[in-house]
Design a protein around this ligand. Sequence first.
Ligand code: KIV
Length: 306
Amino acid sequence: MNAPSAAKVTVADLRGRKAHGPRIAMLTAYDCPTARLQDEAGADIVFVGDSVGTNVLGYRGPQQVTMADMLHHTRAVRRGVDRAFLLADMPFLSYQVAVDAAVRNAGRLVQEAEAEGVKLEGGSEVVAQTRAIVQAGMPVMGHIGYTPQTQSPDLFVHSERRGTVPKFQAKGVRGALHLLDEARRLEDAGAFALVLEMVTEEAAQAVTERLSIPTIGIGAGRFCDGQVLTVTDLLGLNQQPLRLARAYADLRPAMASAFRAYVQDVQTGAFPTADHAQQMEPEQRLRLEQALREAGNAADRASGQV
Ligand code: KIV
């Protein structure tokens, strides 16, 4: 296995990877120790996704994630990342309402949490925001296809077995050409890369081959310039594993069994053992016993029991 390169990852490096490879490996992180391990493992982009809401904070969806949440978690991740490019998601309503608010909120993630770039969801409806943030000097990654912050009914499908779940985008010619058009608009607006989420492999390939900026796929098949995976999917921590993701570990049962074993050990006294404790030197121990005896005798005398 190659040792991860120690050089700091920049926007120029990421753009260069489109032509020269290797593919870009991007991962979500929500806390400092996980981010540090990803940085050391050679991840190119460590990404504080708004998936922090559902994956860590127990929210019902990404719409509940606030700027305060993103600032808090981006600061934590920042402390663990030295080499990778640190990207932060712009949460729901931090950029949709007005262009100047979008620039200000992107600026907060960069200035207050030291993100090196921001990601925002949407196509033509966020072109003005993308352009303005880039013009203010901050790198922007776009995100099209399935966009989790949008509650539009045409992004979901209902099945008896799985309930309401996200739907694949760009399944036909019209959808694929629309996706390509949106991708081009974001590229023109200055986005340095583009996430393609849950789109058909053919559509993702068509976009990837026609853009000069790298595409990062998630559920978008084999032909993107990079991939992104949430850390919870990668570690096998999600209750319902996604078909489109690959779990590289099975931590959920491992964690559950570790928690059960701890509870049992505490309840039965199996933990801690003498090995987990610090004992006094024998002389100190004898002196303590003596002091306790004397204190006990004095207390007995004072209460008239002797
Ligand atoms: O928030 C997130 O984790 C994301 C990825 C799925 C791209 O936006």
